[in-house]
Design a protein around this ligand. Structure first.
Ligand code: CA
Ligand code: CA
Length: 80
């Protein structure tokens, strides 16, 4: 019984870890795709060009350092 419980917990932990890794990878991929001038962040113009509705609507909240572009790190921080 204890063994089954341990097994279940390790599977659950593994699933949670994998799920968050995929999410972060997806964010990085999306930012890379939208970042057409390759300066490491998505500007409002780039978000509009890529039709990134979630970034457009939340731009001010996502751009925490107010440099006019949203980075993958800023989106990850907002997702926590
Ligand atoms: Ca850019
Ligand atoms: Ca920023």
């Amino acid at each position: 019984m204890k063994f089954i419980l341990k097994l279940f917990i390790s599977i659950a932990l593994c699933w949670v870890t994998n799920a968050s890794a995929v999410t972060n990878e997806e964010i990085v991929n999306r930012v890379t795709q939208l970042d057409t001038n390759k300066d490491g962040g998505v500007s409002m113009a780039e978000a509009q060009a890529g039709n990134a509705v979630r970034i457009i609507h939340n731009f001010d909240q996502l751009d925490t350092n107010k440099d006019g572009k949203v980075t993958a790190e800023e989106i990850e921080a907002a997702n926590k």
